[in-house]
Write a protein that binds this ligand. Structure first.
Ligand SMILES: Cc1cc2nc3c(=O)[nH]c(=O)nc-3n(C[C@H](O)[C@H](O)[C@H](O)COP(=O)(O)OP(=O)(O)OC[C@H]3O[C@@H](n4cnc5c(N)ncnc54)[C@H](O)[C@@H]3O)c2cc1C
Length: 390
């Protein structure tokens, strides 16, 4: 029996088979076999989602053999990226072409397809999540067909596949909008929460990238302000909060401690009030919590299932040690997030059902309607997706 587990080990599966793909032809053959045999397929990236997206008792597909970049267009600043390309090798490969991602998350262990499939994001009021940079997607659908979709070709399927939760099919390549390579300087600050809270909107507006971790035990915050610079890179890289180097060297951080995480996106103007309520609740009801609360900003986009879909956003996340039970703490946080019309990160913990997702996303029914057309046998729907289906 094969085994699969996610980064933290909290999500585990014993699929009938683990398949390794190296080509588009492999992928199409596998989908056709799954349809004949009545098997389900879930594609795994690097397993950094906390949610049960990858789990399957049938087949789990590893696409790490599909890696690298092709068809670089220097004039348009675009490139096609193979789905299994890890972010840590993508940054350097793009830099060698004089190009860069607009933004990325705070680790670089994800694959590009996995990051886009869940709306992975970094921070920055003017910077969208990864899926918002997708220009076209090459997919093997649930009918075993190769479809290349974009805003001009199969636009509705593109709206599904650019943030597809692994349910649009096997993604083999994505075309991304890039920009010229750039350097960043970080400035880390330690601030009393009350001081930070007063300056929050101003700090978020006056830096390219603004984020902080609030530490419940000390009531202080570790703030990170990151801005583009023309300064020379400084090697060896300093510790987090003091680095100055190329974008792909500064944006990822080292996160070795296993944890679970719940993250919600709320409208930017509601962010401070939501955070204040969360802080008060943690201080009064969960005074033992040691893991910090993270606060980031995110630009609005038009991606159907993006947490920033049609609204300027802040993201707030709570964490817990993987060895501890997070359920009571996370449920209490989730009640607050939901009162602020929060939308959960697809790759992190949530307890929502179909009804709540439908209330949260104007295109929830469209997403399922179009997805179903391209996968009529539900090859790519696992138990979790079935449980939240309209
Ligand atoms: C330590 C840590 C730090 C994190 N930091 C951030 C952060 O800063 N910002 C943020 O937004 N998130 C963050 N996350 C969440 C993480 O970015 C997402 O969960 C992301 O999806 C993980 O990518 P992955 O390659 O591991 O994909 P997986 O978790 O393996 O898969 C995610 C989804 O992508 C689908 N998928 C993957 N490859 C394909 C493919 N080729 N075709 C079709 N579907 C595919 C899967 O089926 C699944 O539905 C973090 C997670 C951890 C554990």
């Amino acid at each position: 029996m094969a085994r699969w587990k996610n980064w933290s080990g909290r999500q585990q599966a014993a699929p009938e088979a683990l398949h390794f793909l190296r080509s588009q032809a492999d992928a199409a053959a596998l989908v056709n076999r799954a349809r004949l045999d009545g098997k389900g397929i879930r594609v795994a990236g690097s397993g950094h989602s906390h949610s049960p997206l990858v789990l399957s008792s049938d087949w789990i597909i590893d696409v790490s053999g599909l890696a690298g970049i092709t068809d670089v267009d220097h004039e348009q600043k675009t490139a096609w990226i193979y789905a299994g390309t890890p972010m840590y090798s993508l940054g350097r490969a793009l830099h060698d072409e004089g190009l860069a991602l607009h933004n990325q998350g705070d680790i670089d262990r994800q694959t590009i397809a996995g990051a886009c499939a869940t709306g992975t994001h970094g921070t920055g009021r003017k910077l969208g999540n990864m899926s918002s940079a997708v220009l076209a997607v090459e997919v093997i659908t649930g009918k075993g067909e190769v479809v290349i979709c974009s805003a001009d070709h199969e636009p509705e399927f593109f709206a599904v596949a650019r943030l597809g939760l692994g349910a649009a099919g096997i993604i083999t390549r994505l075309q991304l909008q890039l920009r010229e390579s750039y350097k960043l300087r970080e400035n880390g600050l330690d601030m009393a929460f009350s001081d930070l809270f007063q300056q929050l909107p101003e700090l978020a507006a006056s830096h390219d990238r603004f984020e902080f971790f609030w530490h419940p035990q000390s009531d202080r915050a570790t703030v990170k302000l990151t801005d583009e610079t023309t300064d020379q890179p400084e090697y060896p890289l300093a510790e987090e909060g003091r680095r100055c180097a190329w974008n792909y060297e500064v944006l990822p951080s080292y996160r070795p401690h296993l944890h679970t995480e719940m993250e919600y996106s709320v409208a930017e103007e509601l962010g401070p009030a939501c955070l204040a309520e969360l802080r008060q609740m943690i201080q009064t009801e969960f005074s033992e919590i040691r893991w910090p609360v993270e606060y980031r900003t995110l630009a609005a986009d038009n991606v159907w299932l993006s947490t920033a879909s049609e609204r300027q956003t802040v993201t707030i996340s709570v964490h817990e040690d993987i060895r501890l039970d997070d359920s009571v703490y996370f449920a209490a946080c989730e009640r607050i997030f939901r009162r602020y019309q929060g939308r959960p990160h697809w790759g992190k913990v949530n307890n929502l059902g179909a009804k709540e997702f439908q209330e949260s996303y104007p295109h929830w029914l469209d997403w399922w309607r179009v997805r179903d057309q391209f996968d009529p046998d539900d090859v790519f729907v696992n138990d979790y997706l079935a449980s939240i289906r309209p």
